[in-house]
Design a protein around this ligand. Structure first.
Ligand SMILES: [Fe+2]
Length: 196
């Protein structure tokens, strides 16, 4: 089955205080759609046709991996953001505090990693294969699934994510990011990963 864009609830509204409608629309309908179109063309007639996105990410490399992984990364990222401000749930806060010392320490570490990705990539909070929580940088299209981890929260550290609204002021985008995280989605991921 061909890959398609997910529903992005704030496609037309943008995320007030973080991203304008124009920036969201270009990112979703041009960048993300571009990866989907390329992936569908590459998958046609390949040994990966009909496989799940996760199976392809684990087994493929080269252009098929890059485009399918970018489809996953973006779909996951859209879910991590919300136009409605939501507070962090107590259950998630307690797990993060146990691992990172405090929510402030967790946010500081996540943003430090996000703002220092050199070139293009992603930062993920994930459950690593040994069961621990880790914040890691991933170059280009890579993500935790490739190494057997479970993604819990991500931010797009490609320049196209902020350049339309913030130009070279990358730090400003990341300073605002945590005010717009969809903690309900993150909580679902924590539950599915058996963390709460
Ligand atoms: Fe992106």
């Amino acid at each position: 089955m061909a890959l398609t864009l997910p529903n992005v609830p704030y496609l037309n509204s943008g995320i007030p205080g973080l991203l304008t409608p124009h920036a969201v629309q270009i990112h979703v309908t041009k960048h993300h759609q571009g990866y989907i179109t390329a992936a569908n063309n590459l998958l046609k007639g390949s040994p990966f046709a009909g496989k799940s996105v996760e199976e392809i990410i684990k087994a493929a490399d080269g252009p098929i991996f890059n485009n399918v992984a970018q489809h996953f990364n973006h779909s996951f990222y859209w879910e991590c953001l919300t136009e409605q401000k939501k507070g962090i749930s107590e259950a998630v806060e307690s797990v993060l505090t146990k691992t990172f010392g405090s929510i402030k320490d967790f946010k500081d570490q996540f943003l430090q990693k996000a703002s220092t990705v050199f070139g293009s990539g992603w930062v993920y909070l994930s459950k690593d294969p040994s069961g621990g929580l880790v914040i890691k940088q991933y170059a280009n299209a890579l993500n935790p699934i490739k190494e057997g981890g479970i993604p819990l929260l991500t931010v797009d550290a490609w320049e196209h994510n902020w350049y339309i609204d913030y130009e070279n002021r990358k730090a400003e985008f990341f300073e605002r990011f945590f005010d717009h995280v969809n903690w309900s989605f993150v909580e679902l991921k924590f539950k599915a990963a058996g963390l709460i």
